[in-house]
Design a binder for this molecule. Sequence first.
Ligand SMILES: Cc1cc2nc3c(=O)[nH]c(=O)nc-3n(C[C@H](O)[C@H](O)[C@H](O)COP(=O)(O)OP(=O)(O)OC[C@H]3O[C@@H](n4cnc5c(N)ncnc54)[C@H](O)[C@@H]3O)c2cc1C
Length: 389
Amino acid sequence: MATADVVVLGGGSTGTSVAFQLARRHSGKVVLVERDTAGAGPTAKSIGIIRLHYSHEPLIRLAARSLELFARFEELTGAVADFTRCGFLLLAPEREMVVLRANVELQHRLGMVSSVLAPAEIAALDPRLHLDGVDGAAWEPGSGFADGYATAAGFAAAARREGAEIWETTAAQRLIVDGGRVRAVQTARGEISTPAVLVSCGPWTPALLQPLGVNVPIQASRQQVVQLAPPPAFGVLGVVIEDMAQGFYVRPEAGSTILAGVLEEEAEEIVSPDGFNRGVDFDFVERVGRMWASRYPGAREAEVRRGYASLYDITPDWQPVLGAVDGIGGLYIAAGFSGHGFKLSPALGEALAAIIAGEPPGIDLSMFRLSRFAEGHPIRGRHAQGILG
Ligand SMILES: Cc1cc2nc3c(=O)[nH]c(=O)nc-3n(C[C@H](O)[C@H](O)[C@H](O)COP(=O)(O)OP(=O)(O)OC[C@H]3O[C@@H](n4cnc5c(N)ncnc54)[C@H](O)[C@@H]3O)c2cc1C
């Protein structure tokens, strides 16, 4: 029978980052079990926006540390994550401005570089933008985006080089617990005897934990994305934009195409993670196209190139469940990222590897404990859109 000191289940950006950080400690054997290939799940479909704007200190610290690690990704892993530092602009209507200012002040207290822009300053940044309904913005010049699949594949390859075993195309079937402690994982390739398991299987996490009596309130929410090609005269989009006034986001790609979608206040479509429509709906394309055209009327003739749908793993407060599971020794969870987990994944790798090794994580993750739901202490951020945290 195979043995490991730690088994990581799920090879998205979270699981591969933790496996990499565990492996580079060289303090035991690490096995990552992924039923597909590393990064091929929802991580591969991520828009990959990296921003610091959050309402809670641990999230800002995780995002900021991750930004540093994305900038050093090649040196760290030997792979590229296609990190692009183009700046992040969060457009706000009047009703969100008090909260936006409070979040930017919190960033300043933590030493981050960001500012609040008045409409004239936003227009100076991109004169093509029409600012109907926008009273101001948060501006982060150091933020940007990276590629989800490249990040997870890079972490997985680096973890392998550091000695981890990466079991791809292998499903974890069951966790085996004895006397209140994790003892093994049953996989499609046989059992792995281990004292520690991290479950980071995104929307599939509840199915693995429910047989142990551990109920994790994660639902799968279908999320659509559209790729648009603005007319050549538009040039390129120079920044990532999240637009709270319309409930819309857009980010540039290499070349001149853009990826766009919606920032909804509540999940719009709860689905089964094993059977959902992976295409894009016509009315969604129309809706996103209208929002794009209202911000950039000069590029309203954008061509729809393609679209797809993937999954957010949503919790009731739109924040992840992180850390040890009470009552089962050696069992850890990192899931429920609710559509904003990619940007946190590099720093979470460090923090969770420390927790699993029995060390302080550097960034306090206790607010993300599973028991917060039963205790009646959900986290919910200050903005109307839960995804903004
Ligand atoms: C359309 C879209 C846009 C997004 N945009 C952003 C963004 O701009 N910024 C941001 O920060 N975040 C964004 N996100 C969210 C972000 O991509 C996710 O939070 C993050 O990638 C989740 O990574 P993960 O590793 O936790 O989970 P996943 O990527 O879901 O990985 C889980 C893995 O577990 C595997 N698995 C499942 N069951 C088993 C099993 N039984 N055995 C073995 N393996 C199993 C799956 O195959 C999968 O690979 C977006 C997500 C989507 C879908």
